[in-house]
Design a protein around this ligand. Sequence first.
Ligand code: FE2
Length: 168
Amino acid sequence: MGFQSLKDVLKEQLEDLYSAETQLTTALPKLEQAASNDELKKAFKEHLEETRGHVKRVEEALGELGVTSPTEECKGMKGLIAEGEEIIEMQGDATAKDAALIAAAQRVEHYEIAAYGTVRQLADDCGLDGVRDLMDQTLDEESNADKLLTKIATGGMFKAGLNRQATS
Ligand SMILES: [Fe+2]
């Protein structure tokens, strides 16, 4: 087997993304529950809704390529989620923990942004404009989610919220 064409690479990348997004739909509610800041909780909740849409878009793209039952497991996302879960289980200052949750979530977003940048380009190269446009929509949402996390992290809440012990 192996890769015979760019389309094969696209299929493999999409299968991996399908696994990544599906794993995220179970991880995001845990992040939401672990967060203390209202804005951060809301960001995780809203991104869960978007992520459900991302799963559907990847499914649609796979359908275009004739893949009906993707079997790949995204080990990268599995590792990122495992790291996030370590943070979820940690005790301590609520605001410091929120900062760590944002750090974990931004690693996830950047991982996805890299993957969607690749698949949108592969789809374009293969002349699959519909798939490219679908992936572009998701890429935009991932970028916006990342920017929102940056905004929350840099909005001053950490300086105001951290206790003396956590800042020293
Ligand atoms: Fe996503």
